[in-house]
Design a protein around this ligand. Structure first.
Ligand SMILES: Cc1cc2nc3c(=O)[nH]c(=O)nc-3n(C[C@H](O)[C@H](O)[C@H](O)COP(=O)(O)OP(=O)(O)OC[C@H]3O[C@@H](n4cnc5c(N)ncnc54)[C@H](O)[C@@H]3O)c2cc1C
Length: 593
């Protein structure tokens, strides 16, 4: 269909970055400052990306308030990951952390300060001194609006560096040649409804998380896993998708997040008897044990009839003992959220909370330069040429089976920067021309859009999306059983034909959100397929993946990454990197707190 070539407008860049969250913008900054031509696409205005909602902090062993060391941070991260994290990437991240945070400080990020002028740091779940001895103050914070401060800082730096922002543009598909090299993306300009071919010598996926495939979620509505869908459709695998984090403290009934920083500042969880139950489950770290651990303990309390409220369906987070001054100074947004969404003022009353889906540990597999990888026929890791992934959509494998709070904002800036540097070093601006994009690759993407566009009856996108969300909620929760997961997998696969029948009535071009939503559901289903398939096949409990019928971690059989391919929903596995770059390897141990 030669007509397509002439009909689609084209633009050329050295690099196209899909996503303007913390990861995308830390990467683009590195590229733009090195003089490359960079386009950053975002479905929303950059500073509305989900990073803006991050509250608690960004981790780095600065040791401003209590003794700390990057190797302690590494130990906590490996242990937090339940040994599924790759130790080379974890070493890289924890060593780079202080540098990456000071860099933000020098960019002008308005961190809270200690009286001596250094960056304020608060304790956070699973972060400890001296290998689990006691909680450490490692989370660098700007009140309870750390992500807001970070995102605005990065946006302003990008504007100064002349990054080209394509605001309210939605990337649709990766464009590849016969060898599988990535040559750019197709993208929808929402304002006009036009589709463009954006040619790029390097493409970076930074599309964030996909928590919106669950019914109750702390995530923004735009978090539909678009980058994962794009990768899956292009034959690129998704890794460790069974591992999703439930944050212990979402506001009951609303899903809005109450940061772990509240417990970092001294808040405690109580059951209906007023008992601080975490003392029983984690005698050492108590309320500041890692999230998988606290979420399961809460679930247990509720299941055993010690929940609060008329149905005993939640526990409460008490912080009035911190005093009005601390709450207003350190946790002002939390107070606002509690008043608005739970109708309680935490200065006086505790906040009703339940575990709520929050973060995906898995994603598009990469090495610690952000280069996307796949497996060849022999099971060897191979690099996908010209493609990078950073941030929550990537499985750089630092979080393994469970992420520690504040390690995500860190992951964004460390690996956003590292990917940027790696691209700059390969000097795409010195390569002469853009490679020709084969017509079939563009046609595949356009066929998908045209089918959707021409359908006049079928399924409504939000009804199908709701079925995905309800299935994930019912079959892929805090506690799982193999039967429940197998059934979930079956139900999700059963929805694939429905996704293929989605239509929308209003075909108008200008700002047609029905079109955008329909395209998003095609991505959501890939994420849900990967998740249920990977989960229904891992017969052990590790980190956030907890099976009632297989309660133990099984290192002998399962110390390996799940690698899922969309075609035929097939699973393969690859080893965990237990060898750090130069530090001492941290051998698996039982995980107690
Ligand atoms: C409420 C909340 C609080 C959190 N608090 C903390 C915290 O205190 N500390 C911490 O470390 N972590 C925290 N996290 C986790 C952390 O904030 C996220 O993991 C992180 O911000 C994700 O950043 P990102 O850059 O990968 O993606 P995002 O910030 O989600 O940005 C994704 C970008 O991709 C764009 N995009 C998506 N699809 C497309 C498409 N098809 N075309 C074009 N653009 C697209 C979006 O428009 C957006 O610009 C929190 C998360 C939540 C939800």
């Amino acid at each position: 269909m030669a007509a397509i070539k002439t009909s689609l407008p084209r633009r050329q860049f050295d690099v196209v970055v899909v996503g303007a969250g913390g990861a995308g913008m830390r990467c683009s900054l590195q590229l733009a400052e090195a003089g490359l031509s960079v386009a950053v696409l975002s479905k929303v205005f950059p500073t509305r990306s989900h990073t803006v909602a991050a509250q608690g902090g960004v981790s780095a062993a600065l040791g401003n308030m209590s003794e700390d060391h990057w190797y302690w941070h590494m130990y906590d991260t490996v242990k937090g990951s339940d040994w599924l994290g790759d130790q080379d990437a974890i070493e890289f991240m924890c060593r780079e952390a202080p540098h990456a945070v000071y860099e933000l400080e020098h960019f002008g990020m308005p961190f809270d300060r200690n009286p001596d002028g250094t960056i304020y740091q608060r304790p956070f779940g699973g972060h400890t001194a001296n290998h689990g001895e006691k909680p450490v103050q490692r989370a660098c914070a700007a009140a309870d609006r750390t992500g807001h401060a970070m995102l605005h800082t990065l946006y302003q730096r990008n504007v100064a560096a002349r990054t080209n922002f394509f605001v309210e543009w939605m990337a649709l598909d990766l464009l590849r040649n016969e060898e599988g090299d990535v040559l750019g993306v197709t993208a929808l300009e929402m304002e006009t409804g036009e589709i463009y071919v954006l040619e790029a010598k390097r493409t970076v996926l930074a599309t964030g998380g996909a928590g919106r495939i669950w019914a109750a979620s702390t995530n923004a509505f735009i978090n539909t896993g678009d980058g994962l869908g794009m990768a899956a459709r292009a034959g690129i695998p998704l890794q460790d998708m069974e591992f999703w984090q439930f944050h212990p403290t979402g506001v009951a009934g609303a899903g809005v997040l109450i940061t772990e920083g509240v417990r970092g500042e001294g808040g405690i969880l109580l059951n209906k008897d007023g008992e601080r139950f975490m003392e029983r489950y984690a005698p050492n770290l108590k309320d500041l044990a890692p999230r998988d651990f606290v979420s399961r303990s809460m679930d247990q309390e509720i299941k055993e009839g010690r929940g609060c409220g008329p149905d005993g369906s939640y526990v409460v987070l008490k912080l009035d003992h911190l005093g009005a001054e601390t709450i207003n100074k350190r946790l002002p947004s939390i107070r606002e959220i509690a008043i608005k969404f739970a109708n309680v003022d935490p200065i006086k009353d505790p906040i009703p909370v339940v575990p709520t889906i929050h973060y995906q540990m898995g994603g598009i597999p990469t090495n610690y330069y952000g280069q996307v990888t796949t497996l060849d026929a022999e099971g060897n890791t191979q690099i996908v040429k010209n493609l990078y992934a950073v941030g929550e959509c990537a499985a750089t494998n630092v979080h393994g089976a469970n992420r520690l709070g504040t390690n995500s904002l860190l992951d964004l800036i460390v690996f956003g920067r590292a990917a940027g540097n790696h691209i700059v070093e390969s000097r795409p601006d010195n390569e002469h021309a853009h490679q020709d994009i084969p017509e079939w690759s563009i046609e595949q993407s356009m066929d998908r859009v045209n089918r959707l566009e021409s359908r006049t009856s079928g399924q409504r996108s939000q009804e199908v999306a709701e079925k995905i969300r309800q299935t994930m909620q019912a079959h892929c929760g805090v506690f799982r059983t193999l039967d429940l997961l197998k059934k979930g997998e079956e139900l999700i696969e059963g929805l694939v034909p429905e996704v293929d029948e989605i239509y929308f009535q209003d075909k108008s071009k200008i700002f047609n959100t029905a079109r955008v939503e329909a395209l998003e559901v095609a991505n959501m289903i890939e994420v849900a397929r990967a998740t249920t398939k990977s989960a229904a096949n891992r017969t052990e409990s590790r980190g956030a993946h907890a099976l009632n019928d297989y309660p133990e971690r099984d290192d002998e059989n399962w110390l390996k990454h799940s690698v899922w391919f969309s075609e035929g929903s097939t699973l393969r596995y690859k080893p965990v990197q237990m060898q750090p770059i130069s530090a001492k390897s941290i051998a698996p141990q039982p995980r107690t707190f």
